[in-house]
Design a protein around this ligand. Structure first.
Ligand SMILES: Nc1nc2c(ncn2[C@@H]2O[C@H](COP(=O)(O)OP(=O)(O)OP(=O)(O)O)[C@@H](O)[C@H]2O)c(=O)[nH]1
Ligand SMILES: [Mg+2]
Length: 355
């Protein structure tokens, strides 16, 4: 199951208490202070793991807690530390403070780790407090409490290029043609329900990662349709590949459709509308010989900044030129932007207190 947002309560372990005790020897019932220190409490640590692609594996996890440290023992025995609790999350996970929306951590590379709640320090046993003037201290200190906080984790796929367009534009078909990915393809809108990644290998042995998104519709940024909650996944892409069907089966105007999607990007914000965009007109194999009607191609080419690429994912027509344009645009595109503060969209993710 594709889950890309989730709320978690994280709680680290309390430090174990230090104790007051005395060395026991036969003739010396009070043989000097020997109370050991408490062990450190376990921390909760998030670890980015490239094997994971969603939060689906932790669907039923709402509270993540690490164990307390153990009390100190007699004869200066140190209490055992509470083991850390390590929670694996997909690469591309951003952690926010739930209430303020402040960004706390961004786990953008495999192996990145972040301490979500630090274990409490162990207390000190009375052995620590012996001084020249006080050979029999009674004092020991309790362990420090652990930390607890409510965080929201959000996933943004890590891809170089993001496929966008209306439902049915041919996004998944193109991904399947250009990469080894096998997304579901069908002749109805909203076939794709979750983003997919594919790796596109180029003739010069370089490659880029292409993300296929569910289709966007007008008003998607206000929560209509499916697309809006997935726009987040193109926030980290450097180039958008916008597909337009110049002869849509619903008879809508392709240029208007293009403009609608552009408006969605602008309404979503976070710089998506400024991302370099390559535009392709799809399904060229079914166009009549004289081309799509009503000057659609020239009007589309005019609307798009960088011209228009006619392509067919079925016959392969135009794909080489399209890839070249994508690669050139990638070469000029600025680096992927930082994920900003503030939790984007939706209040899904579940209430950790509710379960
Ligand atoms: N003839 C032809 N049909 C195509 C081409 N590309 C896609 N199609 C068809 O168009 C329909 C929609 O294709 P999809 O790839 O599922 O479209 P999508 O943009 O991923 O759609 P959503 O996932 O619903 O947003 C399917 O019936 C495809 O077979 C093409 O190049 N030529
Ligand atoms: Mg699709």
């Amino acid at each position: 199951m594709f889950i890309d947002e989730k709320q978690l309560r994280v709680r680290s372990g309390k430090g174990g208490d230090g104790i007051t005790s005395w060395r026991r020897e036969k003739r010396e019932p009070r043989g000097g202070p020997a109370g050991g220190d408490g062990g450190r409490g376990g921390s909760v640590i998030l670890l980015a793991d490239v094997q994971l692609t969603t939060f689906g594996d932790m669907e039923s996890i709402f509270v993540v807690r690490a164990k307390d440290g153990e009390r100190g023992g007699p004869n200066k025995r140190h209490g055992a530390a509470g083991p850390d609790r390590i929670l694996r999350v997909p690469v591309g996970t951003t952690v926010y403070e739930s209430e303020s929306g402040e960004r706390l951590a961004d786990l953008a590379a495999d192996g990145d780790r972040w301490i979500a709640a630090k274990g409490g320090k162990g207390g000190l046993g009375n052995a620590r407090f012996a001084t020249a003037t006080d050979q029999a201290p009674l004092k020991s200190t309790p362990g420090k409490p652990g930390e607890e906080r409510l965080v929201r984790v959000q996933l943004r796929l890590l891809a170089d290029v993001g496929l966008i367009g209306l439902p049915n534009a041919g996004k998944s078909t193109l991904l399947s043609r250009l990469s080894a990915a096998t997304p579901k393809i069908a002749d109805y809108p909203f076939t794709t329900l979750a983003p997919h990644l594919g790796i596109v290998d180029l003739p010069d042995y370089s490659r880029f990662v292409l993300a296929d998104l569910p289709g966007l519709i007008e008003g998607a940024s206000e929560g209509h349709g499916l697309g809006d909650r997935f726009l987040r996944h193109v926030e980290r892409t450097r180039v958008l590949l916008h597909l337009v069907d110049p002869m849509p089966s619903d008879g809508s105007d392709p240029v208007e459709n293009y403009v609608k999607i552009r408006a969605e990007l602008a309404a979503y914000g976070r710089g998506l509308a400024d991302r370099p965009e390559v535009v392709a007109a799809t399904k060229a194999d079914v166009w009549p010989p004289e081309g799509p009607p009503a000057d659609v191609l020239s009007r589309l080419a005019e609307a798009a900044d960088r011209g228009l690429h006619p392509v067919s994912a079925v016959t392969g027509q135009g794909l080489r030129a399209l890839l070249r344009a994508v690669v050139e645009t990638l070469a000029e595109a600025p680096p992927a932007p930082e994920v900003p503060d503030g939790i984007a969209t939706t209040d899904e993710g579940g209430d950790p207190e509710g379960s």
